[in-house]
Design a binder for this molecule. Structure first.
Ligand code: MLT
Length: 408
């Protein structure tokens, strides 16, 4: 018997369960203060599912109760009604077709599972700080060596994002095979301009690299100049895969639906010199390992694009971005340096002098009963920062602002 020993290289627990574990320890030790706790750690939505989504899901459940409208296994790639709605509403004019969209149960799964179609020995670039799924899934897949004392894995190419470079990763000087980019960025809340993304696409085309572009937060973009999709960039159809989610815009964190876009023009040369389509490989992977997101969930996702759904989603985005604006204003008023929060639901804050990321986590928990995410949990370059999620009720965010001010 053997196990996948790559798992043994993983540092501690996955970040968010690790935070939950520490919070649970604290609540057990402080039962009298538990009622005051406000969670601004994990980016989990708090507002109810849009009415249009609930109505569509209820209708779909009722259809499942009638033989004539019952749906068994659906297409592994997603129902046509949802793929068409995605193209019409999210990729119009971007030269992407419905059969290049693969519907799934969320983009966390897709960003991890995508490694199934890539082989060993690839050089992988990730920004630092970064959404931990990209790193941990590469560790599990055996694409890294061991971690050093700062948690940096041997074999990964880290692209530091700090205040000094405006959280814009430098294009690597060496040749890398896979590049993970997330815009609007989790955790820093910063964005990339069209020119910056063009530079990445040009690099990828020159070096035969693939960009894995996570656009889970695109709906939060307020500035019309900021691209929503990598496929707005010339040449991206030959070098990029995009991940999208219904979690944060439609409130689907507990419902689960996302999708991955792989242009058919995206090919990689195999070891025998054959041009292999990544779309075909992913299609094969999904058909084998996945049976599609459920019918009621896909009906709910399609309702996000109905006129009522669009209005309800806009109201949700406005709500969370209103929260972000309050958090930004308060942090700035108490003299903290902030980033992000203007086109993303995350506010990235520099810790006060002399306090490190986990120190700030403890301080906020113990002295303000507010859960934040320590920047160092997203990578070594996140040390000295913390992330506040704006996914919360307005009442809670206003209370967090009061407590931050009192703490200062
Ligand atoms: C986060 O807090 O970074 C995300 O919500 C986690 C996730 O989407 O998986």
């Amino acid at each position: 018997m053997t196990i996948n020993e790559n798992f043994l290289k993983l540092k501690a627990g996955y970040l968010f369960p690790e935070i939950a574990r520490r919070v649970n320890n604290w609540t057990e030790a402080n039962p009298d203060k538990t009622g005051d706790l406000i969670r601004c750690g994990i980016g989990d939505v708090t507002e109810p599912l849009p009415q249009a989504v609930r109505d569509a899901m209820k209708t779909a459940v009722d259809e499942q109760g009638v033989a004539e409208t019952f749906h068994g296994y659906g297409p592994e790639q997603g129902y046509g009604f949802l793929r068409d709605a995605i193209i019409e509403n999210q990729f119009a004019g971007l030269n992407i077709s419905a059969d290049e969209v693969f519907v799934s149960d969320g983009s966390k799964c897709d960003t991890g599972n995508i490694l199934d179609i890539f082989g060993p020995g690839n050089k992988i670039a990730i920004t630092d700080p970064v959404y931990p799924v990209y790193v941990d899934t590469n560790v599990m897949a055996g694409n890294t060596g061991e971690a050093d004392e700062n948690g940096a894995y041997d074999g990964l190419v880290y692209l530091p994002c700090t205040a000094d470079n405006q959280f814009t990763p430098a294009i690597p000087e060496e040749k890398v095979d896979l590049i993970y980019l997330c815009y609007p960025n989790n955790p820093t809340g910063t964005t990339a301009t069209k020119e910056q993304l063009q530079a990445w696409v040009d690099y990828a085309k020159e070096n035969g690299s693939i960009i894995l572009f996570d656009a889970a937060y695109e709906a939060f973009i307020q500035d019309p100049a900021i691209p929503h999709s990598i496929f707005e960039i010339e040449g991206a159809h030959d070098c990029a895969i995009e991940f999208r989610s219904f979690s944060k815009n439609g409130g689907f964190t507990g419902v689960r639906c996302g999708y991955t876009v792989i242009p058919k023009s995206l090919t990689v040369t195999s070891s025998t010199g054959e041009e292999v389509s990544l779309h075909a490989l992913w299609n094969r992977r999904q058909s084998t390992k996945f049976n599609g997101a459920s019918y009621p969930v896909q009906r709910g996702a399609a309702a996000v694009f109905s006129p009522e759904g669009k209005a309800q989603v806009s109201a949700l985005i406005e709500h969370y971005m209103g929260n972000a604006a309050l958090l930004l204003k308060t942090c700035q008023e108490i003299g903290l340096k902030t980033f992000g929060g203007e086109n993303a639901p995350y506010v990235w804050v520099q810790c006060p002098e002399g306090v490190d990321s986990w120190g700030m986590f403890d301080k906020m928990l113990e002295e303000a009963q507010v859960v934040i995410t320590p920047g160092s949990g997203f990578g070594a370059a996140g040390e000295g920062y913390f992330r506040i999620s704006s996914f919360n009720t307005r009442e809670n965010v206003e209370e967090v602002c009061r407590r931050l001010t009192a703490l200062a």
